[in-house]
Write a protein that binds this ligand. Structure first.
Ligand code: HEC
Ligand code: HEC
Ligand code: HEC
Ligand code: HEC
Ligand code: HEC
Ligand code: HEC
Length: 304
């Protein structure tokens, strides 16, 4: 009896393995997704297409595509990366999840409606919820991408993620057309959709608030980041006209379980259970207790 049970389990296991292999192999129009190792350069199947490479078919099947979107495995634009980068995806690639407090949609946003980027100047970045996803920030072909200052690769980041927008701080003409390099940083790049969040605290921005366009100001945010005194507190000199503010990432640290900047925002509460941290802020933050963010840099006992 015991033996029988064990061998049944084994048979079931073998069968399920065969089924799993078959389900990948069944996608005849595509390449074997394991063909490229995670260490190949450029990264994975993205870019570096030459006549001796065979990468297009990693993602597109000329014939026998299993999805209706652009000959990929997916039926919608928003799902095209899931096969390799989705948490349950069968192909290889870093697993990325967009969650509600990161760059994902909330349950109420899942239907067809306009998604508007918070803190953008007029007219704000707007997209249908059904189209929002990876390809709004990344180019799968590593085409028209930018290598931001401080980055070792382009990370497939689009040169112009919010086309038609007049950016206040990010300048596409600074990008070297052959090397794709720029002197601007990730914080400048983030301002393409959050145009009001960069610059000196005295810089005026035109933002749609409560239905009317109003002039707004924001905390000093720079590309190079802030400096600290010997005790580790932020050096604050807001009246010198020099922008010594933090970078986006220095405040939006998104630490914790799955908290991968700038995709998701999750952390562990002191009780140990997973909680959602607002706005990609540091682990354990709550919407009603944001002073804990300010205190991380500002020495409250020295405030005037
Ligand atoms: C990593 C996956 C991936 C690889 C590899 C890839 N593509 Fe794509 N391709 C996509 C996705 C996703 C889209 C849809 C992009 C969008 O809608 O913005 C697309 C769109 C396209 C389109 C139509 C829209 C456009 O961008 O012009 C063409 C044509 C295309 N790919 C050709 C190719 C060719 C040729 C290769 C190989 C040299 C290739 N792709 C390799 C994922 C890939
Ligand atoms: C067929 C599998 C496959 C598909 C589909 C795919 N990727 Fe990848 N991708 C990889 C692999 C493999 C790597 C290299 C290892 C890694 O960093 O994940 C990679 C790397 C990346 C990187 C890191 C690049 C760098 O320079 O560090 C980004 C960003 C990325 N993919 C985005 C996307 C997006 C966006 C899509 C959907 C349009 C997509 N990928 C679809 C396999 C895939
Ligand atoms: C709001 C813009 C945005 C969206 C949407 C987005 N990404 Fe990214 N992604 C970025 C930025 C910015 C980076 C680089 C972060 C850095 O420099 O550390 C990045 C980095 C990556 C990397 C490299 C990670 C690493 O550790 O080097 C991968 C892989 C990736 N993204 C895949 C995806 C996938 C898959 C999706 C959709 C599920 C997606 N991204 C959606 C902006 C975005
Ligand atoms: C000094 C710290 C700090 C810096 C630097 C910073 N942020 Fe924030 N950000 C916050 C805090 C705190 C919140 C949450 C409270 C709030 O909404 O005002 C927030 C909220 C946001 C929100 C959500 C607002 C909403 O209405 O839902 C966006 C978008 C945002 N930040 C983008 C950025 C971008 C992009 C950068 C860099 C250009 C940046 N932030 C730099 C502290 C910072
Ligand atoms: C292509 C446009 C685009 C770019 C580029 C972009 N964002 Fe966003 N961002 C959005 C949209 C749209 C939302 C609202 C939807 C959502 O939360 O997914 C958002 C939401 C946010 C929020 C609030 C998240 C929440 O729901 O609590 C923060 C914080 C934020 N972005 C920071 C950043 C940072 C930091 C960068 C640069 C790494 C960046 N964004 C780049 C479009 C963009
Ligand atoms: C990551 C570190 C950091 C965090 C977190 C932070 N600040 Fe600041 N803050 C600075 C620095 C650095 C300056 C000085 C900028 C300068 O001198 O150009 C500054 C300046 C200021 C100023 C003066 C005006 C300006 O922007 O220069 C105010 C007011 C301020 N912070 C309030 C806050 C509040 C409120 C919070 C919490 C929501 C906060 N800060 C969170 C680092 C931080």
């Amino acid at each position: 009896m015991r033996f029988c049970k064990k061998s049944l389990v084994l048979v079931a296991l073998v069968l399920s393995l065969i089924a799993a292999t078959a389900s990948i192999a069944a996608a005849e129009g595509f390449n074997d997704p394991q063909q490229y190792t995670a260490t190949s350069t450029p990264s994975g199947p993205h870019g570096g297409y030459v006549s001796t490479s065979n990468k297009c078919k990693e993602c597109h099947a000329v014939h026998l595509a299993t999805g209706s979107y652009m000959l990929t495995r997916a039926n919608t634009r928003a799902e095209t990366c899931n096969f390799c980068h989705g948490v349950a995806g069968a192909g290889i690639g870093t697993k990325v999840a967009l969650n509600e407090e990161g760059h994902g949609l909330s349950a109420t946003q899942k239907n067809e409606e306009n998604l508007i980027a918070p803190d953008d100047t007029v007219d704000p970045y707007t997209i249908q919820t059904s189209n929002w996803g990876c390809v709004e920030c990344h180019s799968p072909h590593d085409n028209k991408t930018v290598k931001l200052a401080g980055n070792t690769t382009t990370k497939l980041l689009k040169q112009d993620p919010n086309q038609g927008k007049t950016y206040l701080y990010y300048n596409t003409s600074l990008i070297n057309t052959s090397t794709k390099e720029t002197t601007q940083t990730l914080s400048h790049w983030c301002s393409t959709c959050h145009n009001a969040d960069f610059g000196l605290h005295t810089d005026p921005k035109q933002v749609l608030m409560s239905g009317t366009t109003q002039t707004a100001y924001g905390h000093a945010v720079s590309g190079s980041g802030y400096t600290t005194d010997t005790a580790g507190w932020a050096i604050v000199d807001p009246l010198d006209g020099i922008n010594n503010g933090p970078t986006c990432r220095q405040c939006h640290t998104a630490t914790g379980i799955g908290g991968k900047f700038p995709h998701s925002s999750e952390s562990t509460s002191t009780g140990g259970s997973a909680v959602s941290t607002p706005d990609m802020l540091k682990s354990g933050s709550k919407a009603t207790e944001l002073d804990g963010i300010c205190n991380g840099c500002h020495n409250t006992s020295s405030l005037q």
